[in-house]
Design a protein around this ligand. Sequence first.
Ligand code: GLA
Length: 393
Amino acid sequence: MTTPDAATALFHDLTGRTPDGVWSAPGRVNLIGEHTDYNDGFVLPFAIPHRTYAAVGIRDDRRIRVASTFADAPVEFALDELAPLFPTAPGREPAAPEWAAYPLGVAWALQLAATGSGAELRGVDIAISSDVPIGAGLSSSAAIEGATASALNDLWRTGLDRTTLAGIGRRAENEAVGAPTGIMDQMASMLGEPDAALFLDCRTLDAHPVSLGMAGLALLIIDTRVSHAHSTGGYRERRASCEKGAAVMGVPALRDVSVDDLPRARELMDDVTFRRVRHIVTENQRVLDTVRTLRESGARAIGDLLVASHASMRDDFEISVPELDTAVESALDAGALGARMTGGGFGGAAIALVEEGAVQAVSDAVTAAFAASGFAAPHIFTVTPSAGAHREA
Ligand code: GLA
């Protein structure tokens, strides 16, 4: 059964009827610009072909029920009960299982955004299926948020634009799930376009498609299958270091620090904070350089920027793991034009830019390197830029 059919079938099992519609949103991969989003900086992600589907139908009451093919049992609340559930207080027992906090959080945040707008906030049944790998750093969570937000925006007639819906998804992630993430994933999932990456200014939310010029090339995803979570630990700590660095520099965000300011930054802060700052500042510059290079010369010319980005994340931001470094090094040794870890880090996936004819050789070399290091076999596949969230049927 296809993934959209699985959502419709689950909806039927749940309710005994057909849904009012099916909406979908993609996962994303980030070409370059890591941890720059919550520093008001630049990112260059694109939507991938893997999608999450939400089959949704209006109910006669004001309850919300969510089911998914990857969970044992549906979860149900009154719409009016969502407000006391969120934001999730630190240390409080979560009111809903984590997977359900994404769609429920979207319903909550959309309700708040629509208050006073005259929108019809009626009860809904939601059945979710997905082929976005979970825990791989490919934003399975933004895909759930995007599919749910698109469905409810249509069915509740809230009439919000895509950028606002991305913000609703981020609010769900930050306040309902408790992961202090930026806006990149939701923007990529809502605004993705076939054949282009999305050059996003995370301060202004200006977004421009950038054609990748990938003729003869392929982008490999190497999912290390080392699972990560951003609601805890390292991600939060990195974010705190960035905020500390900005405060020391006397600016609102590290976006406002340039490469020329780095010697002064080194004098003002401890070594760890300085290296976190240096990653963000140089990474922002690499995004700008990548966009310019893509426009002038196409993707074949961006390999060194990808490699420099990985080194900065490994050495300065310290968010890589041995599996990611092995993926990057073995891909480059086998002839990849560029490679880097992608996403929040501490696990997840790497990307490698390769000649189309070298896909098999690079994949085999990476698989062999993982085996030689005693790591579990990676999951390797190619992706192309794909459409953002939309109604399927
Ligand atoms: C995760 C977050 C994003 C972004 C990346 C790192 O994917 O959800 O907001 O911070 O990590 O670039």
